[in-house]
Design a protein around this ligand. Sequence first.
Ligand SMILES: [Mg+2]
Length: 230
Amino acid sequence: MKFNIYLFDLDGTLLHLGNIRTYVDQILEETFDILEASNPPEKNEKYRLWSPEEDFFDVLEEWGIKHPQNFWKVFDELDFKWRKILIEKNQIFLYKDVYNTLEKIFKHKEYKLAIVSNAAYYIVDFILDNFKITQYFHETFSLGYYEKDQEFAKPSPKGILTILNKFKFDPRESKAIFIGDSKLDIVAAKKANINACLIRREIGPRNKHYKEWDIQPDFVIEGLNDLFYL
Ligand SMILES: [Mg+2]
């Protein structure tokens, strides 16, 4: 193991959410209904919400959403509701390799572990607590405070940099790696100037053509065990 700081994305990396795109799409639809969007986006327009090039409020206004400031709050509450239901049904669960991997890293007392997620803090806390992995993470970075969420969400490197700062990261002394399952994760990690590792647990539309991304991961793995052979 060459690394001593391990940062993890949560959804799709540690947590199996099924088809994440379908899951998020359903919550978005429900959010648009609740906020009475008069001109909701077509299926392939929704990505604009996460696009750093677009102004979030302009996009929501274009879709006819009356109270855009409530958007993520409504979205997060629905996300939380659905996670609890799907955990109960065993459709959301931790991937099998998670406990062993975290345990293996954590037992090195000088190593640091953290979560950097775009999900709301109370959802991240609930997931870590529910699956009993809270104790493995020295820090977590999550959203849901709404003031500066857009600014801090991946692909921005700010979440990763906040954690590295807390760890007093010095690249001359430490090696940090961020492990995530999406393009947003890879971009955030490379902007933060640390190693980016793409985890492809299944090959799907979100990662199939990763070789065409402008910003490339340093490592590509299929499961967390591969981390120990990098
Ligand atoms: Mg993810």
